[in-house]
Design a protein around this ligand. Structure first.
Ligand code: ADP
Ligand code: ZN
Length: 527
């Protein structure tokens, strides 16, 4: 049998030390690299900041030929290529930003065997011309970065990624490595199927982020000014530290940045409304200036590697648990203590769902995305340790309570709200799903002004005298967070309707637990 001339892990370690200055591999890096060095396919799911790039850069340098890296964003590609060049690695990129001359120079370098790493965009690869030219090169490995972009079940689907499955046929003997920070079991299966990685070994690192202290806080409903003020207060308490404040819209982003600047914070707004040059300038400032706070939409994020971000605040919640974990994961990349604070309210879940509704996507995909939104809010409004809840969602069933999040620090008392939930759901149903929250509560409490006989005759009329007004608000909000009720914006006069029918049925039958956080000042006598 032929001797195994694969580079060894020791050689890999020496290279890691020489080029990157890291003493040793961490987490699953060594196992992943060993597989790739041996020429086998891999899917590596490592948390943000876990050092995914080294997993393909090291083997690309050690194996003969050029390593092809597919990366979704030009900015990300540019950063990595520049960093590698500075470290003395022969890296180049082929993207739409290059002149003809620059492109020719890259191809020349690739053909002459000078390059260790060549970064390409998925759009570039989707064009047959580039593939033909690549097929003539000795390729050492193919790395697919941010591999969750291939999956519609992920939160960042990019249609161009779909064509990457063809690489399996064009380069049958080249090892391929897909890396991502976010993949629940379903996304993972989809990545393996779409990229034709059937034989790949799958590595999933723990998603624990022990240096992060997480908190979720309910907003005062409907009061933007109060939310802005709360954000200012939270940032003030962290004065002098570098952080990121995520906002759901460009307007919100400008507004919060203004409020923070008025309060004396070095706040920088960042969103897709600025052109690429202006965004770069703002990013530079954030990286360079001490205690700068980036106030950003999700246009800011992927690939930003600032190690000393001390806090991430969500002025508006993200769209899924994956996005949540990725965004709070931008804090504390240096391993030092950092915080994540998420503000959320019932109008946020309504807004997230509405936004999904407006998107052109297959019904099945929409349903999955809708469920993701609900799962996020159920976590935020839940009484389970934050990291434990998220890690279980990612498939780490044995994840233990973190001990430091708001829930662990001060476990909220909950009460069994099954019966109130049944009453609320029945009331919404009997009332024909035609009313808003206040009106439904009045009905439950038997307080509807000038009540008409048809309403007073319903079996749900006045059955809710055992809870206070605040108690009912909390129950109904929680049912919305759990997806049992949904708010229909109805052009500014929101009504509530029943949510997922299966879940609603489970509550009626008493098969699903409903626990609501205290204090809803409970069961006081109502005159
Ligand atoms: P990811 O892409 O997984 O978010 P990166 O590849 O950008 O992470 O790496 C995150 C940071 O961790 C970088 O600053 C990188 O240099 C550093 N890093 C990677 N591997 C190691 C290691 N073995 N030891 C120490 N630091 C590492
Ligand atoms: Zn905890």
């Amino acid at each position: 049998p032929p001797a195994d001339f694969s580079p060894t892990l020791d050689e890999a370690r020496t290279l890691l030390e020489r080029v990157w200055g890291h003493a040793d591999f961490r987490g699953l890096q060594a196992s992943v690299i060993q597989e790739v060095l041996a020429g086998r396919d891999v899917l590596a799911v490592l948390p943000t900041g876990g050092g995914k790039s080294v997993c393909y850069q090291v083997p690309a340098i050690l194996r003969p030929g050029v390593g092809l890296v597919v990366s979704p964003l030009i900015a990300l590609m540019t950063d990595q290529v520049e960093a590698l060049k500075q470290q003395g690695v022969a890296a180049a990129r082929l993207d739409s930003g290059l002149t003809m001359d620059e492109r020719s120079a890259v191809w020349r370098a690739a053909r002459s065997g000078e390059l260790d790493l060549l970064y390409v965009s998925p759009e570039g690869l989707a064009s047959g011309a580039m593939l033909e030219r690549l097929a003539e090169l000795p390729i050492s490995l193919i790395a697919i970065d941010e591999a969750h972009c291939v999956s519609q079940w992920g939160h960042d689907f990019r249609p161009d990624y779909r064509t990457l499955g063809r690489l399996a046929e064009i380069f049958p003997r080249v090892p391929r490595i897909a890396v991502t920070a976010t993949a629940d079991a379903r996304t993972r299966d989809d990545i393996l199927a779409s990229l034709k990685l059937g034989e790949a070994r799958v590595f999933v690192d723990s998603f624990a982020r022990p240096n992060l202290q997480l908190t979720a806080e309910r907003k005062v409903n409907g009061s933007r000014a109060r939310t802005d003020a709360r954000v200012v207060e939270l940032v003030r308490e962290r004065r002098g530290r570098s952080g990121v404040v995520y906002c759901g819209s460009r307007d919100g982003c400008e507004r919060v940045a203004d409020a923070l600047r008025d309060a004396g914070t070095n706040a920088i707004a960042y969103h897709a409304g600025f052109d690429a040059r202006e965004r770069d300038r703002r990013l530079e400032r954030f990286l360079a200036e001490d205690g700068a706070v980036m106030v950003a939409t999700i246009a800011f994020g992927m690939g930003v590697d600032k190690p000393d971000v001390r806090f991430v605040i969500h002025a508006d919640p993200p769209g899924s648990l994956e996005a949540y974990w990725q965004e709070i994961g931008r804090a504390g990349r240096d391993g030092e203590p950092a915080e994540g604070v998420t503000l959320y309210g019932p109008s946020d879940i309504a807004w997230s769902l509405r936004r999904l509704d407006g998107r052109p996507m297959a019904e099945e995909v929409k349903q999955v995305q809708t469920r993701k939104v609900r799962q996020l809010f159920a976590m935020l409004d839940g009484a389970t340790c934050r990291p434990q809840a998220v890690r279980r969602y990612f498939g780490e069933q044995d994840a233990q309570p973190c001990g430091v999040c708001d829930v662990c620090g001060d476990p909220p008392a909950t009460f069994d709200a099954l019966v109130p939930a049944q009453k609320a759901l029945a009331a919404v149903q009997r009332l024909g799903e035609r009313f808003g929250r206040t009106r439904v509560i009045d009905h439950l409490m038997g307080r509807t002004k000038d009540v008409q006989p048809w309403e007073a005759g319903l079996s749900t009329w006045g059955v809710g005298a055992d809870l206070s007004l605040i108690g009912w608000r909390d129950v109904i909000d929680h049912l919305m967070f759990e997806g049992l009720l949904v708010e229909d914006p109805n052009e500014g006069k929101p009504l509530i309707r029943l949510g997922d029918p299966q879940a609603v049925r489970a509550v009626y039958r008493g098969e699903r637990e409903v626990r609501v956080k205290e204090p809803p000042t409970r069961a006081v006598a109502l005159d």
